[in-house]
Design a protein around this ligand. Structure first.
Ligand code: GLC
Length: 436
């Protein structure tokens, strides 16, 4: 059994650490301008101008069943959809505002169809909910608000009441966690400290503003096993490094315990659909990112940004196919796996994962080694080895290796795997080692 113990938290996180790989979906009015989900902030767009997107939003090609099929093929076992992003527009039928998808040409509850489609594919369902809201009349203007540079920003804030806004959020979270069946993940986003470059009266916002204690207690009352992230400014079940490749298992900042953590990443430089953004990651990077995360005990939440028409564009589809091609043959080194036990030292250019039951060790050949791979200290533990993608045996020597230099090399515990001189037809070949 794995020797790693993660910090106990209220949410049911066992399935989460087993399933390892999820789909993030950023979808909202911001896909109309199609130049980043923060566009209202970036361009300080007025509500009047932004309402054009509300007026013409018409996802006539929305087919969440197609999204769900592609997620399943890619090996993504859970999904998190933005039900409301910082713009404040609601992708679900809420009683508490008219700023919602049912009042656009979409004319229907988009979250409802999302939940039904992904559940039908056996994929666990999560909701992202932004605590930031640049449309709500009670959300006070601050350092990231689109109205932050208005000359009368301070005056505009008079009469705004964050307590009313906090109640609005509780009402909506009640709707989301009551009306759509079992929800597995609630992903709040995000709290922020004061930026000294802005006037003193512009503060950051955190748990006092969100009334996070009450908000989280409500969520747990409605959905007892739900997994909640740490971005409502109170640590919960999930640590959420973003657009960052961690190099070791995330530890609790105070106790040093291993925590349940999930890296969220994008295919390109934007969370929301961005037509002209060109920094799309290579196929190899996509696979490496998944392996680099699981090999240190983490989950990967990889994001897609559907278009305003409601479909996944060709770039997102190609990226999902990369995962589908690799996971089809290699997912056994991801699901139910975690960081390898400390006794196993990864050879150069490889990453290790190990099954939770300790019986299988996976050697991911991130850099394909020519013809052989030396693995020290494995000799007395290995029983059999094969390529995971095709189940073909891999021969190896124990305690010695012949490379016809001046001497025959004897080294207790050394395993030298004999590999094909050229890389098999899979982006990252994996050696599956059955341990004694
Ligand atoms: C950051 C971005 C936000 C995105 C989130 C995803 O908070 O501001 O746009 O939704 O990351 O984790």
């Amino acid at each position: 059994m794995s020797s790693y113990v993660t910090r106990k938290t209220p949410g049911e996180t066992e399935w989460f650490r087993n399933d390892r790989f999820g789909m993030f979906i950023h979808w909202g009015l911001y896909v109309m301008p199609a130049r980043n989900e923060w566009i209202k902030h970036i361009e300080c767009i007025t509500d009047e101008k932004y309402d054009k997107y509300f007026k013409y939003f018409n996802p006539d090609m929305y087919d969440p069943k197609d999204w769900a099929k592609k997620a399943k093929a890619a090996g993504m076992r859970y999904v998190v959809l933005t039900t409301k992003h910082h713009e404040g527009f609601c992708m679900f039928d809420t009683k508490y505002t008219d700023y919602k998808c049912t009042n656009t040409q979409a004319g229907r509850d988009l979250v409802r169809e999302y939940v039904d489609a992904f559940r039908a594919e056996g994929i666990r369902v999560g909701f992202y909910y932004s605590v930031i809201d640049w449309h709500h009349p009670d959300f006070t203007i601050d350092q990231i608000h689109p109205r932050r540079y208005d000359k009368d920003a301070f005056e505009q804030n008079q009469g705004r009441d964050m307590k009313r806004y906090a109640e609005y959020m509780r009402n909506q979270v009640r709707e989301l966690l009551t009306n759509y069946g079992k929800i597995d993940i609630l992903w709040f986003d995000f709290s922020y400290k004061k930026d000294p470059n802005y006037p003193d009266w512009m503060k950051g916002k955190g748990k006092e503003d969100w009334e996070s204690e009450e908000l989280i207690a409500l969520a747990r009352e409605l959905q007892p096993g739900i997994i909640i992230d740490n971005r409502a400014d109170i640590e919960q079940d999930l640590w959420t490094p973003e657009q960052y490749q961690m190099l070791e298992w995330v530890k609790h900042p105070k106790t040093g315990e291993l925590v349940t953590w999930e890296a969220c990443q994008t295919f390109s430089g934007s969370w929301g659909y961005h037509r002209d953004e060109a920094s799309w990651k290579s196929p190899k990077m996509l696979i490496d990112m998944l392996i680099n995360t699981v090999c240190i005990g983490g989950n990967l939440l990889m994001n897609v940004g559907p278009t305003a028409r409601g479909y996944l564009d060709y770039r997102a589809e190609k990226a999902l196919e990369v995962y589908a091609d690799w996971m089809k043959y290699n997912s056994r080194s991801i699901y139910g796996c975690t960081m390898a036990e400390p006794e196993f030292k990864a050879p150069r250019g490889t990453r290790l994962t190990q099954s939770e039951d300790g019986k299988r060790l996976y050697i991911h050949l991130i850099e394909y080694p020519y013809a052989f791979l030396e693995f020290e200290g494995l000799g007395d533990k290995i029983d059999y080895a094969q390529f995971l993608h095709d189940g073909s045996e891999i021969l190896y020597t124990v305690d010695s290796v012949d490379h016809f230099s001046e001497a025959h090399t004897e080294k207790a515990g050394l395993v030298a795997f004999k590999l094909p001189a050229t890389q098999p037809n899979t982006l990252v070949p994996v050696i599956e080692v059955f341990l004694k």
